[in-house]
Write a protein that binds this ligand. Structure first.
Ligand code: DQQ
Length: 536
């Protein structure tokens, strides 16, 4: 057991032990951020699901609380599944969640805090008339789950969405309600995309077109665009698209049907699922939580006694420069963990070389880096029409004139273990096309772990450098390229590159171009993520 204990993280949210999955009902109330999550109190694998609960002042330091809801009713006997919170204008909290009934039918249930004066919201009451929604005609009893936060309509009603599928078409059903007890199914789904299968954990929210502030879930009008997100059960990734919401028909239309939900953009090109946003009225921002599972074996999870992390919460905004993607960025509070820093200015990294970065240890880091490609090399490089893809093009070993270049994270001295986080640049039609990837193929000497190469295209606009932010925390690497246009989260399980033996390097595997790198790297403090004092 202690053999694997280094894999536990220092500043990512995780329970003391056992299995965790989806984030549930995040909200800010009376000075506290509340975080609920899918939790198995009995084992380090999925099952016996109840709601775990923790609170924080700053989204970084957490106090674990007693379970918020357990499977104690016929309508949630097979699991207290995923749900969302809505804060009503009078401050009341409404929680809607999916119950898997004694017969494994998926139904929606209502719950609320027993004592609204308790800022910790320790006790939850399930509504006596539950369930409030059962699968409608035409919907399979096992394809009806994960209610969203409600938003307000101009008719003065609340509206929610619930994920489902019809045949192979993933859809977001829409219901209107006045009291959260009686609901009316709308004749039109919010949206659906053929071939995408079951939509889990649908999310629907506005983003401002003019500012970087977040907006309340009910905001509509010309100032906003609307995001639809679905977690695709079939391929276990979170897909989003930007579009326009029509309140009258209760439908949403993507800006570009070619990058629709499930066939276009992902929040994260690594491991990141069942995510959920909430509007943080405390700081006027929209915050995204995502479940980052394990990519080692189930046997290893059982041995270590826990499984899963939550990503560092991210702010989500519209990228007003491109207009066609979101920007995700770690919440500013994570910067309060920054300790001493090292700066490296304009380090030259020659083609085919590796440059060590002199740090005390490289297991808990916040890295901010920018890279520039040599202008002359850029000019004389021939056009390429190579079909590149991070996932299939042999990772950081695969060279062209202009890449790959970036960082070797959680590497040991001999580079037997290393996780390259990098850019790969192509010149075609006189312009540059850039990919952002993470190569796990040499991340661990262990062989029971996922060694995929992750990544995707990242927009780099005229005049921009290649910029990177990386959070490293023992067994997780969260990477954000170009201010959060493309993000990749990796779980890695080095056996040598641990504690003081973990190092960080720059690398440039381009054939022709010099790369100049400037970095600021902070050692990160550990967060206080503490058990609840057992006084009750
Ligand atoms: N996890 C929950 C479901 C949801 C799935 C069950 C997504 O409500 O659809 O643990 O990971």
């Amino acid at each position: 057991n202690s053999m694997l204990s280094w894999q536990r993280t220092a500043f990512h949210f995780q329970p003391e032990k056992n299995w965790m999955n989806d984030p549930n009902g995040p909200l800010f109330y009376k000075g506290w951020y509340h975080f609920f999550y899918q939790y198995n109190p009995n084992a380090a694998v999925w099952g016996d699901i109840v709601w775990g609960h923790a609170v924080s002042r700053d989204l970084i330091h957490w106090l674990h609380l007693p379970l918020a809801m357990v499977a104690d009713q016929w309508y949630d006997q097979n699991g207290v599944w995923t749900g969302s919170a809505t804060i009503l204008p009078d401050g009341k909290i409404v929680m809607l969640y999916t119950g898997s009934t004694n017969e494994s039918v998926q139904v929606q249930n209502l719950a609320y805090p027993a004592d609204p004066n308790d800022p910790l919201l320790l006790d939850w009451v399930k509504y006596s008339g539950n369930p409030v929604l059962v699968p409608p005609p035409g919907i399979d009893t096992k394809d009806f789950r994960d209610p969203t936060t409600a938003w307000y309509t101009s008719e003065g009603k609340w509206r929610i969405s619930i994920g489902s599928k019809i045949g192979k078409t993933g859809i977001a059903l829409i219901y209107d309600t006045e009291d959260f007890i009686n609901y009316k199914l709308q004749p039109q789904a919010l949206h659906g995309v053929p071939g995408t299968g079951m939509w889990e954990c649908v999310d629907f929210y506005p983003v401002s077109r003019t500012s970087q502030n977040g907006v309340d879930t009910s905001a509509t009008g010309p100032e906003v665009k609307h995001v639809v997100k679905a977690s695709l059960d079939d391929d276990r990734h979170d897909y989003y698209a930007l579009g326009t919401y029509n309140e009258v028909t209760s439908t949403w239309t993507p800006d570009n049907p070619e990058i629709d939900v499930g066939i276009g953009l992902r929040y994260d090109y690594g491991i990141f699922y069942a995510s959920k946003t909430f509007y943080d009225q405390n700081k006027g921002r929209r915050v995204l939580w995502g479940w980052i599972g394990e990519s080692d074996s189930e046997v290893a999870d059982v041995k270590k006694g826990w499984a899963s992390l939550q990503g560092i919460p991210r702010t989500v905004t519209l990228d007003t420069k491109t207009g066609s993607n979101l920007l995700q960025w770690p919440v500013e509070e994570v910067e309060s963990l920054r300790l001493r820093s090292n700066e490296f200015n304009k380090v030259e990294v020659k083609p085919g070389s590796v440059v060590p970065l002199d740090l005390d240890a490289a297991t808990q880091l916040d890295i901010v880096a920018e890279f520039e490609l040599d202008k002359k090399a850029l000019e004389k490089t021939a056009e390429s029409n190579e079909e590149f893809s991070c996932t299939t093009s042999h990772g950081a070993r695969h060279r062209n004139a202009l890449g790959p270049f970036g960082l070797l994270v959680l590497a040991d001295d001999s580079l037997v273990e290393q996780t390259p986080v990098y850019f790969y640049v192509q010149k075609s039609n006189g312009t540059l096309k850039t990919f952002f990837c993470t190569d796990q193929s040499r991340s661990s000497a262990a062989n029971d772990v996922n060694k995929q190469i992750y990544g995707n295209f990242v927009p780099v606009l005229e005049g921009e450098k290649f910029t990177l932010r990386v959070l490293v925390d023992h067994s997780i690497i969260e990477s954000f390229a170009q201010g959060g246009r493309t993000t990749i989260s990796s779980r890695v399980y080095p056996t040598r590159a641990i504690y003081g033996s973990a190092k960080l390097f720059l690398f440039n595997n381009a054939i022709e171009a010099d790369v100049t790198a400037s970095l600021k790297i902070w050692q990160m403090n550990s967060a206080f993520i503490r058990p609840y004092p057992n006084t009750r």
